[in-house]
Design a protein around this ligand. Structure first.
Ligand code: PHB
Length: 387
């Protein structure tokens, strides 16, 4: 009896066509994130958003079970690259995703090219990243998109003389350059450009210098997670009392930590693609579901990059009928949809994100601090691509 059963199973296995066996393979997504160390908040936000997307949209695409493999790269580029290689070779992932910082995405780009594996950048935001491999797609944002917007807003709002302060790596360099070029074009003056170390910066000596220079405003880029320390020292050094305004890209008033910043953050004007208070029904639903699933944690722009990245992956898997490599990549290009951030699309030529950039001001709403959007620049392409 048992023997007959075994023989039947073996026969059934042999009769299974190759395509049917393949269809049963899981569709694996390798999500590589900083889950520990100074940038762990980025990893936490993106993983939570990816899991929420799966909970809402099911764990099957194109007849294949979706398997999310989350790996901690500790924000070290050599580790990101090694993990990516292992995921491609051993786990046969169809997609590499995540990438919490620019150097991590750049280090991994050659793996995507060599293995023809689509790589979805959900966080990193230096303009040039999408040019590092034809297999890279981005769902986060670019610093030039945000920097140019605030450089247009500032001179029309009494800010003519600025000191810039940026983190000394890719996105900071973009934030500095694209702000300066546009601000000067608008007849503004950047009297000093300061760069602080990317890891564990001590802002104090830099802020003292800013105080002495007495600009109309300090323009800042620091990566997600670092804004609270900057804001605290800005107040401690008395820059706000000295009448120096604080402006920047939305990374400094990151929704993840904004509420804990206190009164010093109130009135800070920034430009960005996402605010947790973006007033659309879709965003309200997204924020509610995210908070419910994560002990009240507020989603930030990193979470949205992760959520939309999963959308792009799912829809591409469906459209390509479970395809991999170039077929999967091509189905990611040109996707257009409503994100919690507002309308967005993936430019088929540049593979980069196109979306609205909002000018926002920190305000207290029902006792909570939020970035309240008050002006919209529509369908902003990455200005870094027009070189
Ligand atoms: C980046 O490394 O590209 C990066 C990190 C954090 C941000 C923005 C950009 O908030």
């Amino acid at each position: 009896m048992q023997r007959r059963h075994m023989l039947q199973s073996a026969a059934a296995l042999l009769a299974t066509p190759w395509s049917a066996a393949r269809a049963a393979d899981p569709f694996r997504i390798g999500l590589i994130l900083p889950m520990s160390g100074p940038f762990a908040s980025t990893g936490k936000q993106i993983e939570a958003a990816a899991r929420l997307y799966m909970a809402q949209n099911g764990d099957t695409v194109a007849g294949r079970k979706v398997e999310l493999i989350v790996k901690d790269d500790t924000s070290a580029p050599d580790v990101t690259k090694r993990i990516a290689q292992e995921l491609v070779v051993n786990e046969k992932v169809s997609v590499l995703a995540g990438f919490g910082l620019t150097p991590l995405a750049l280090a991994t780009a050659p793996i995507a090219t060599q293995s023809k594996t689509p790589l979805v950048v959900m966080a990193a935001a230096t303009s040039s990243i999408t040019e590092a491999s034809p297999f890279i797609i981005r769902t986060s944002f670019t610093l030039p998109q945000a920097a140019v917007a605030i450089a247009d807003w500032a001179p029309n709002n009494g800010i003519k003389k600025v000191v810039s302060l940026v983190s000394d790596f890719g996105p900071g360099h973009d934030a500095e350059k694209f702000f300066r070029d546009r601000f000067v074009f608008n007849r503004g003056q950047v009297v000093e450009s300061l760069r602080v170390p990317m890891r564990n910066p001590d802002f104090a000596p830099f802020l003292q210098k800013v105080r002495d220079l007495k600009p109309d405003a300090l323009y800042v880029f620091v990566p997600s997670g670092a804004g609270a320390a900057l804001m605290k020292q800005f107040a401690e050094r008395g820059l706000d009392k000295a009448g120096i305004r604080l402006i920047g890209t939305g990374d400094i008033t990151d929704d993840d930590i904004l509420n804990a910043m206190g009164d010093v953050a109130v009135g800070v004007v920034t430009s960005h693609h996402y605010s947790a208070s973006h007033p659309s029904p879709l965003n309200k639903k997204f924020v509610e579901a995210f908070q419910k699933a994560n002990n009240g944690l507020r989603p930030n722009f990193m979470a949205v990059g992760g959520y939309d990245g999963m959308r792009v992956i799912y829809e591409a898997a469906k459209a390509s009928k479970g395809g991999t490599g170039e077929a999967l990549l091509n189905a990611m290009k040109g996707q257009i949809f409503e994100s919690p951030r507002g309308p967005m699309f993936i430019d088929a030529q540049t593979r980069d994100v196109v979306h609205n950039i909002y000018i926002r001001k920190v305000e207290r709403v029902n006792g909570q601090l939020y970035n309240q959007e008050f002006a919209t620049l529509k369908d902003v392409k990455d200005p870094g691509k027009n070189k």
